[in-house]
Unconditional design. Structure first.
Lengths: 293, 275
């Protein structure tokens, strides 16, 4: 190795190693520690107090609060994804041909995406207010009696789903827009000349070509939805929020067990379950995404 | 022709309806923020305030140190953005242009962590912070956000796409050291992608919630988001001030967004940046 090669290598290592070490400390090590701690009876001060094997996991599946969280989160992820992907696709198709107002619409739909979650959760909580809320007022115009949106457990999860769909539609829409605009005009023209109507063009040209992107967006939405926390924390806490366990989600349950009851090992085992769900979704994405290309 | 006009009208009807639902909560927030308390709780609700007042903003600053929260958020987001830019650019450049044993393994390691949600390993991270006595400190608060896996990936892609080997070799022949090549030649060439990444990193750090919630206990360290969350938790009945506080936390981000809309949207779509 000549001098220049040596210098290059010294530079490469001295530049990359500090960064990798920070990664190791802040990401890689904690990811592995989380697995480790999940097999221990532990506290914050002593995360490996007593090795208990898979006891935490056994207890998990007898724990009604955990099972409720898992159910709620899955329902939440399912509906947020279905609605946000479906509606975003509709908006993207309508916005695909560039028009004078197109840019304005893109901006408006994208506003909730870039806004931080806390302030928008605060205002949605106010919109959902049972006595003075804007939503109940709008519904009253159609003769619907006031509903306790965040008060009734069955309704509260829908209230949070609606708000979360509102928050993410713009992101999905932007990705779809890029995908649709990448489709060569000639394909669509050819289909139109052959007598295809707008719906047929969408069904037989746009949709098949958009499949990889559709899959990507669906998986990303599902993964993000599984990590839901902030809006649940804001909207279900305080005097007007939902009662305790109504919209308990996985991360909320992890948060409570680890940082309110200090059952860190137990909470770590819940985090492992979340990890496995996300891993599974990622593998599906990599698998099928690879095939499409 | 009639069919076409009808379709166009229908399209704009749907788009406008959707867009108004997107914007309505923001307008409602703004309207509530400037209403006097007597008007906030009125039935039927009135969309526009009859009297405009800044009283709610006074209340916000009087009941909670929002200026402090704001300063904390700005400091945290700025520092983290700088750190993400620097680490991502250096590592992205090295992963793109240098060959050395272990390179692929290290790159895959960095990339793989991008897929893992923060919430799945925040407990051990918190425990490490306890051991290092970094709980309830500014360093502990910003630590998780000083690096970004996607940032490295993104910079690597950009170096591969926009920096030819010839430029680096030419600088070497001129006798420049590797570090000065990076800072004087490469970094300036990455301007566009640095812009996209910095906006993204800034917004992501600004919006952080669960980590500030668990790592801080004293108000002096609260960020805008956490302060607002705690404030609404304790004073839920005072809707005017809460919405005024929300406005304060949204305005800087909305301002940046409206000014640099094209950049931001492009940055997000090009990279699919997340996490």
């Amino acid at each position: 190795m000549n001098r220049m090669e040596l210098q290059k290598r010294i530079f490469a290592y001295s530049a990359v190693i500090p960064v990798v070490l920070i990664f190791a400390f802040l990401r890689v090590v904690p990811i592995f520690q989380n697995f480790l701690y999940s097999f221990f009876n532990s506290t914050v001060v002593d995360p490996m107090q007593e090795f208990i094997g898979i006891e935490n996991y056994k207890e998990l599946f007898k724990d009604n609060l955990f099972l409720l969280s898992l159910k709620n989160t899955t329902l939440f992820a399912l509906f947020v994804t279905v609605f946000s992907v479906g509606l975003a696709l509709l908006v993207a198709v309508l916005l695909a041909t560039k028009t004078a107002l197109g840019g304005l619409f893109e901006t408006l739909y994208f506003l909730p995406v870039i806004t931080p979650m806390v302030p928008v959760a605060v205002v949605w909580k106010w919109i959902y207010d049972p006595t003075y809320g804007l939503l109940n007022y709008c519904l009253s115009l159609f003769g619907i009696k006031p509903l306790g949106w965040l008060v009734y457990p069955d309704l509260a999860i829908w209230a949070i789903i609606i708000m979360s769909v509102w928050k993410v539609i713009g992101y999905n829409m932007i990705i779809f827009l890029v995908g649709i605009r990448d489709i060569p005009d000639s394909y669509i023209e050819a289909a139109t000349i052959d007598g295809g109507n707008k719906f047929q063009v969408f069904r037989f040209i746009i949709l098949p070509l958009l499949r990889p992107i559709l899959l990507f967006v669906t998986i990303i939405s599902t993964i993000n939805a599984y990590n839901v926390f902030t809006q649940v924390f804001i909207m279900t806490s305080g005097p007007q929020g939902a009662p305790g366990n109504a919209v308990r989600t996985l991360v909320f349950d992890i948060y409570e067990n680890a940082f309110r009851y200090f059952k860190t090992g137990y909470a770590a085992s819940e985090a492992v379950v979340l990890f496995l769900i996300v891993l599974l979704l990622t593998l599906v994405q990599l698998r099928t995404g690879g095939k499409e290309r | 022709m009639i069919r076409k006009t009808f379709f166009l009208a229908f399209k704009y009807l749907i788009l406008s309806l959707g867009a108004s639902i997107m914007v309505l909560p923001f307008l409602w927030m703004a309207s509530t923020a400037v209403k006097p308390p007597t008007e906030v709780l009125s039935w039927p609700p009135e969309f526009l305030p009859r009297h405009i007042t800044l009283e709610n903003f006074h209340t916000v600053f009087a009941t909670a140190p929002f200026l402090r929260f704001f300063f904390n958020s700005v400091a945290m987001a700025t520092l983290c953005t700088l750190s993400v830019l620097l680490t991502s650019a250096i590592a992205g450049y090295v992963f793109a242009k240098f060959r050395f044993p272990g390179r692929n393994a290290l790159f895959i390691l960095v990339l793989a962590t991008a897929m893992v949600p923060f919430e799945t390993y925040m407990i051990p991270l918190y425990i490490s912070m306890v051991k290092l006595s970094l709980v309830n400190t500014f360093i502990g608060l910003i630590a998780p956000y000083i690096i970004m896996s996607y940032g490295i990936f993104f910079m690597r892609q950009n170096v591969l796409a926009s920096i030819p080997d010839e430029i680096i070799d030419a600088s070497r022949i001129d006798g420049a050291s590797e570090w000065s090549i990076f800072f004087r030649v490469i970094f300036p060439m990455l301007k566009g992608s640095v812009g996209a990444l910095s906006i993204f990193a800034f917004m992501q750090t600004w919006a952080a919630f669960i980590w500030p919630l668990i790592i801080t206990s004293s108000r002096e360290l609260w960020t805008m988001e956490l302060g607002l969350g705690m404030f609404q938790y304790r004073f839920t009945v005072d809707l005017g001030p809460i919405n005024a506080g929300s406005m304060l936390s949204i305005v800087p981000i909305l301002g940046v967004f409206l000014l640099m809309r094209r950049h931001i949207i492009k940055g997000i779509t090009l990279t699919g940046l997340k996490g």
